[in-house]
Design a protein around this ligand. Structure first.
Ligand SMILES: [Zn+2]
Length: 101
């Protein structure tokens, strides 16, 4: 892991107060836009590793819950992250934005 990745993880853990979406204590970080080579090529490393793309989660099954898989939602999320690389957006705000268009 690079220093940048660690810093982004810390921002995500702090924002989520180490709490998973299910309410349990988070022990890992999940990516909304999955951290795959295809996605890194498509969206850019800067977006994939950004804190706005990360969620504190408790398990692999909750990791699956936070993953965004619908193509239109992925595009909205990508644009939101790209425009807010240095802003810590509330997760509720991001989720609302993804669903409303
Ligand atoms: Zn959970």
């Amino acid at each position: 892991m690079t220093r940048t990745e660690i810093e982004e993880y810390i921002k995500a853990y702090d924002r989520d107060r180490y709490q998973c979406v299910c309410g349990k204590r988070a022990v890992m970080i999940g990516h909304c836009l999955d951290r795959t080579l295809v996605n890194i090529k498509k969206f850019g490393k800067e977006v994939i590793q950004n804190h706005n793309n990360l969620r504190a989660v408790c398990s692999l099954s909750c990791n699956t819950v936070v993953r965004v898989s619908k193509e239109n939602e992925r595009e909205i999320l990508f644009n939101l992250i790209k425009d807010n690389l240095n802003n810590i957006l509330p997760v509720e705000y991001i989720n609302k934005k993804i669903k409303e268009e």
